[in-house]
Each structure stands twice: as C-alpha cells, then as structure tokens.
Design a protein around this ligand. Structure first.
Ligand SMILES: Nc1ncnc2c1ncn2[C@@H]1O[C@H](COP(=O)(O)OP(=O)(O)O)[C@@H](O)[C@H]1O
Ligand SMILES: [Mg+2]
Length: 344
C-alpha cells in the first residue's frame, strides 16, 4: 500500500473509511448534524467516538465552542462543579465564581464522554439539564439557561446498565434518541489499509522521514490483527513504526505489538529521504535520537531518562511534544488494552 504524499490530507477531524457502516454513519451525521437533537455515540475504546463528536459539531453550523468533558476522570463533586460551575464559597477552595462547561458550550456543543460513569445524583441533574437546558451552579440559586447541543459517548452498553439498575432508565430514554454505534476495527478490516496509510503519511511528515508504505508481510499482519484498541491502537502502531523504524517501508519487525518480532530498531534514520525536509526540521533529528536513546537506556522510565539528559520531566514532555513525538505511543510496552490518556 504505497502512501502518496501528494494527496492533501483530509481535515484531522474527518472520519475516514469506506466500509458500509462508515457510510451509514456519515449519512446519519449529515442528516442530524444541524438538528438540535442530542446524539449518543457508542462503541469500544478507540473506535472514533470523540472524533465523531467533533465532526458532528463541525458540521452543525453552530458558532459556539466544542466543549469536552471526560466524565470518568473526575470525582462526583468535581464533575458537578465542572459541568455546572460553582459560586464563591460553595465549598472549600471555591474562592470565586466559576462558570461550568455547560455555560462555555452556550451556542456550541457539549460532549459528555464516558457517560456511563456518572453517579446516580449526577444522572438526575443531567436529566433535568437535558430536558430543559436549565441548571444552577453548585452553591448558587440563579437558574441558567443555555443553548448547547449535547453529544454523549459510552463504551459500555447502557441498556444492560439500565437492566442492572446502574443507569437511570429515564435518562437512558432521554439520550437514546439518535444513537450512533461505532464499529470495531476488526469488523471493518477493509478500512485498515486506508487508515494505516493515512497514519503513515501523517507520522512520516512529523518524523520528517519518507516512509513509502508497508511490506506485504506487514500489510498482512495489519489485516490479521484483531485490534482490541481499535483505530487508536492502529494509529499508535504505525506511528511507532515510522518514528523508530529504519527502512523506507514498514516491515513486520517494526510492528512489535502485533507479534512481529523484537521491535523497531531504536536507531532513527539519519538520512532524510527525498521528502523535502527543511533544515530546521532536519536539525531536530539528533535531539529526537538523544531522547529515544535515553528512554531506551532507562527502560522508558521518563523521569530517569529526563535526569540522564539533564532536564526535568516536564521539559522532556514539552520537548517531545514540540518534536511531534507521542511518548505514550512510542513506548515499547504500549498495548491496546491500555488506551491512551483521554487527552489524545
Ligand atoms: N475513522 C477514522 N478515521 C480517521 N481517524 C480515526 C478514525 N477513527 C478513529 N480515528 C483516530 O483514532 C484515534 C482514537 O479515536 P477516538 O475518537 O479518540 O476514539 P474513542 O473516543 O472512541 O476512544 C484518534 O486519534 C482518532 O483521530
Ligand atoms: Mg474518546
């Protein structure tokens, strides 16, 4: 599958794929994007739920912000104040009034990710806000009204959570109006080549290294793997192969998490292929190489590697980010069952 660098990359928030399930999803998005209905997106981790939420917002014509809340990452009290805001003195540490995410999303879209984790008390509050778009800040008495489009995502089966009493039936019926189910990557393997090439081009540009495609064996390995981490796992596998591999084609040895062998060589290529690379970018190669060497010498423990490089951990993270390196994705221990942080 040769990558063609001349093709302009699609916008980063476009759901790629030519499988009929993806066509059905894009058709549905076309029909509902501009309507004020809430949308529930379900599917396993890494199937593109967050990506789809951004795409719905982009196509909605709404001029306000897209505001994302990872409901599973906050405690109940913090989440309530995050969503609805709080007034000064509402709790210890609440020194000033603070608007919540619902207000920030006024005129735009609020994306409530991992909705299955919402506590029973919060589910009641969400039901009210979804029904009337009204709420009060924590500790406040003023009722706010917002015009926010609501998109929710769940990677658990909400219907069975309702059946076992862990999710309110009335909230479920309120949000189960337009439901979009994202297929697992193993159920649309025909899209693997297309996605793999897309990630290859993107990583190749960031790594400033011309990688033209995959060897037949690598392509077969990509098609045979069952991708428990779905598109995110594929993205990380390709990214790692591009950043750490040596050849102009990605081989099976560059795809260690697919059982391809010892893993990519930890020597970054010095030669920069004909993919024109500015001097500025080419000069970042030694810096990348030093970071990878240090991480490799210290078993990918980032604090130890940072220390060896004479910088602190935060600086290491900042440098890696500037160099377009995703350390979580590059670490050899990365595995699909440990999805990337929600920030990705
Ligand atoms: N159909 C797709 N086309 C292009 N990129 C995709 C697609 N599906 C997922 N991705 C990418 O895979 C990664 C994981 O997707 P994400 O939306 O975060 O998954 P989820 O929210 O379901 O865990 C992101 O980098 C996203 O851009
Ligand atoms: Mg997500």
């Amino acid at each position: 599958m040769p990558a063609s660098p001349r093709v302009a990359p699609p916008p980063s928030d476009t759901l790629l794929g030519s499988h009929p399930a993806v066509h059905r999803i894009t058709d549905l998005v076309d029909r509902v994007a501009a309507m004020p209905v809430s949308v529930l997106v379900t599917g396993e981790t890494g199937t593109g739920k967050s990506l789809l939420a951004r795409e719905i917002h982009r196509r909605s014509g709404r001029t306000g912000r897209f505001v994302e809340v990872a409901c599973g990452s906050l405690s109940e009290t913090l989440l309530e104040s995050e969503l609805f805001g709080h007034v000064a003195g509402a709790f210890t540490g609440a020194v000033a009034d603070r608007p919540g995410k619902f207000l920030q999303a006024d005129g735009g879209t609020i994306f409530l990710d991992e909705i299955a984790t919402a506590s029973p008390a919060l589910q009641v509050k969400l039901l009210r806000v979804l029904q009337s778009m009204q709420f009060e800040a924590v500790g406040g008495s003023k009722t706010h009204f917002v015009d926010a489009r609501v998109i929710l995502a769940a990677n658990e089966d909400l219907a069975s959570l309702v059946a076992s009493g862990r999710f309110r039936a009335d909230l479920f019926w309120r949000i189960n109006v337009v439901t979009i189910e994202m297929p697992a990557l193993r159920d649309r393997t025909a899209d693997i080549p297309l996605l793999a090439e897309h990630f290859l081009r993107s990583a190749s540009a960031r790594a400033c290294r011309l990688v033209e495609g995959f060897t037949p064996a690598a392509r077969a390995a990509l098609l045979a793997h069952d991708w428990p981490g779905n598109v995110r796992e594929l993205e990380h596998a390709v990214e790692r192969a591009v950043f750490l591999g040596r050849g102009s084609l990605v081989g099976v040895a560059d795809l260690p998490t697919l059982g391809g062998g010892r893993g990519a060589s930890l020597t970054l290529p010095v030669a920069v292929g004909p993919a024109a690379c500015s001097l500025k970018v080419a000069l970042t190669h030694p810096e990348r190489q030093m970071i990878i060497d240090a991480l490799d010498r210290h078993g990918w423990r980032r604090d130890a590697a940072a220390k060896a490089l004479g910088i602190n951990r935060t600086t290491l993270y900042k440098k890696a980010k500037r160099l377009g390196m995703d350390l979580a994705a590059l670490a050899p221990s990365v595995h699909a069952s440990t999805p990337a942080s929600p920030s990705r």
